[in-house]
Design a protein around this ligand. Sequence first.
Ligand code: ASP
Length: 291
Amino acid sequence: MKGLFNLREIPIVKINEIVSEALSFKKGEKSVSYLDKKMATLFFENSTRTHYSFIAAMLNLNITPVQVNLEGSSMKKGESLYDTIKMFECAGYDGVVVRHTKDNYYSELTGINMPIFNGGDGISDHPTQTLLDLTTIYEEFGYFKGLKICIIGDISHSRVAHGDAEIMKRLGMKVSICGPQEFLDDTAPSMSPDEAVKESDIIMLLRVQFERHEKNMGLSLTEYHQKFGLTKSRALKMNEGAIIMHPAPLNRGVEIANEVVECKKSRIFAQMTNGVFTRMAVIYMVLEGML
Ligand code: ASP
């Protein structure tokens, strides 16, 4: 299948190439135009950043974006995901971006010849988020090997934590996790929030993903903020040169204090900007057969 599904089988040289193409687009060193192409976006789960930065990336590449209104699609009449996506291929679309609640939804799509870009599947992967995180880290530090990152929050329900940790370990970064016991899994060794802020080059915060929970969280939001949030006082204990990241959406006052969101160490909004250039790089490399 053509496109981008997860990063597990993508060699490190290619990952570095995507980051470097993204930064070339960002610096204006590269411009590409696909005036005759059109791509569709199918989001079966809510999205602001991924959806609209994919659209911005398409517009920057002169690709015509088409946002599919799933409420008005024939899936409501029982059509399968495969048949729905096959229709876009038959109608001459040059690619689709799909976000789905189901892990590995794309395993049902073998037989589709048009590129598919995974905009996030269940709790498994969110490859363009992971790549934009890498672009942001590389832009900041200029290397990956040896950097220490601690991902703090609802790890077990997070496709960002799972996808990021896998490739970061392959890149030689030291990954650890932190959060309430009920949200920890075997993604990486865990540490306390106070150790995390002292030891890390990167603190990555995650939202508590209530929509994926089967039972209520054991802590109130205020307790969560005190115990695991990046409070102002914890942020002040971070190393010089260390940065704060978050895939967003943010819950200010829960996983991150309002005053910390735009502090000097925060790269949260830079991640959103880099998301557009990273998605441009991914679309370009897939359309050119480089990925
Ligand atoms: N936007 C990210 C995702 O789609 C993170 C989140 O929703 O918390 O997984």
